[in-house]
Write a protein that binds this ligand. Structure first.
Ligand code: GLU
Ligand code: MG
Length: 452
């Protein structure tokens, strides 16, 4: 895993790469990076300490930048500023745009406290909760996306007409694009492992390695931003919309998690064919809170449309070993430092800070309450989910599972009310424009393809 960056190391890196501009970034509630571009000298002389101001409306903007009638951010309180203070340890070089670097920021409110609505604040609190248990979360997000062409009339079409899962023979024309993506991700500090064609026409996956939880969230934000930018550099488009085409695979964001104990080792390493005690409590917590976590993984009406049988997205709350039909897939080889749980329900558009925060809250709750892990699921869990709880398949059900839940209060009442109110607006719009739960229509593609 990449070491944390000091000011001097980042300054040297910027000098080495001829950086002229630093992007001072904050991820919004949908993990879209927003912020200010500042000249590199000004960044080190002033912004590093003093920060920059931006409207805190960024935390209530939806994917189309529509301002909803919001409880906490509104005309009555004048749309306040939030101050973005760079966390230099998050600094990255954007090698696909020579001369640019990026640094993520903490957001502070007018009283100087961490902003309640900032996703980074929400994740920071849950990382601290893990540390209070003597555990450091290690996370990787695994993302799928569709690569598309754009017709003259603006319609997006998958770049391939058919599926050819993991083919090394065909789609060589796309390898120029994928190689540039892999190089750009590596340039930004991600540990790129591999790329392959996924099980959808024009659907791709690029895998990268784990990192400490905050860095993993930021790897994911950068991944989506860089993949979209490199696609555009090649005249293509990339979309992380979770279910863009009714008849084709959805795009998921699988979350791989382990815990490092104070001695630095993987605390799940001595699992042997089944989760060890700590891992069992952790997974039990994930399962208990999984229905509520669905809102973090599917915050618009499109995400829950991915949750259908035989799609490789889980439909019920269960755990298993190497089984792609379960929600929580446990990788437990004796003594392996790669032991981890893979949580498979979130869509590719999920906000990684919030999804990871939800997973850490759920897992810590499992440990703190000593939750017991129920029976392992074996075989085709679409055919026979037994009495496992079903995950909601529409946004109304997802919202019902989140609002008033223990998870919502663990993540903070102010944040949770705000987050749910944004999804309520998505629910209202979808009911008006696409009431069919099983159909992804043109309205939906126009709303999300470009902006997820
Ligand atoms: N595309 C599937 C999903 O929506 C996942 C396929 C896989 O196992 O990689 O989650
Ligand atoms: Mg995949």
């Amino acid at each position: 895993m990449t070491d944390q960056m000091t000011v001097e190391a980042f300054r040297a890196l910027c000098a080495d790469h001829g950086v002229h501009t630093v992007e001072v970034a904050v991820a919004d509630t949908y993990a879209h990076p927003r912020g200010k571009r500042v000249p590199v000298d000004r960044f080190f002389d002033e912004v590093l300490e003093g920060g920059v101001a931006i409207a805190d409306a960024v935390f209530i903007l939806n994917v189309r930048d529509e301002l909803i009638d919001h409880e906490f951010v509104n005309m009555d309180n004048g749309f306040l500023d939030t101050r973005l203070i760079p966390d230099v340890s998050s600094g990255r070089i954007l090698t696909h745009r020579p001369g640019y670097a990026l640094v993520f920021c903490d957001s502070y409110d007018e009283e100087g406290a961490l902003h309640h609505l900032a996703p980074r604040t929400v994740l920071t609190a849950q990382i601290e909760r893990c540390r209070a248990l003597g555990l450091d979360p290690v996370v990787a997000t695994e993302l799928e996306f569709y690569l598309c062409t754009v017709d003259d009339d603006g319609t997006w079409q998958p770049v391939r007409p058919h599926i050819k899962y993991s083919s090394l023979t065909e789609a060589l024309d796309l390898e120029d694009v994928l190689r540039d993506m892999r190089e750009a991700l590596a340039g930004a500090g991600l540990t790129v492992e591999s790329s392959n064609q996924e099980y959808g026409p024009g659907q791709m996956e690029i895998n990268h390695g784990p990192a400490a939880a905050m860095r993993a969230a930021e790897d994911c934000v950068l991944y989506r931003s860089i993949v979209k930018q490199v696609a555009e550099q090649h005249g293509l488009r990339a979309s992380f919309m979770p279910k863009p085409f009714t008849e084709e695979s959805g795009s998921g964001m699988h979350l791989h998690m382990s815990l490092r104990s104070t001695d630095g080792g993987n605390a799940f390493a001595d699992s042997d064919g089944a989760p060890n005690e700590l891992m069992a409590h952790w997974v039990a917590g994930l399962l208990e809170h999984a229905p509520a976590m669905s809102l973090l993984g599917a915050p618009t009406a499109n995400g829950p449309r991915r949750i259908r049988p035989y799609t490789f997205a889980p439909t019920h709350v269960h755990w298993g070993l190497d089984n792609r039909s379960v929600l929580a897939r446990c990788i437990v080889e004796a003594g392996s430092s790669a032991n981890r749980v893979e949580f498979r329900s979130a869509g590719a558009d999920a906000n990684p800070y919030l999804l990871i925060a939800g997973a850490l809250a759920a897992g810590c709750d499992g440990i703190e309450r000593g939750l017991e892990l129920g029976a392992m699921s074996v075989g085709d869990m679409y055919a026979d989910p037994g009495d496992c709880t079903a995950l909601a398949t529409d946004l109304t059900g997802v919202l019902a599972a989140y609002e008033g839940s223990a998870l919502a209060s663990m993540l903070g009442d102010t944040f949770s009310r705000s987050f749910a109110s944004l999804s309520r607006e998505e629910e209202r719009l979808a009911a008006e424009h696409n009431p069919d739960p099983d159909d992804v229509n043109d309205w939906e593609r126009a709303r999300y393809l470009e902006f997820c």
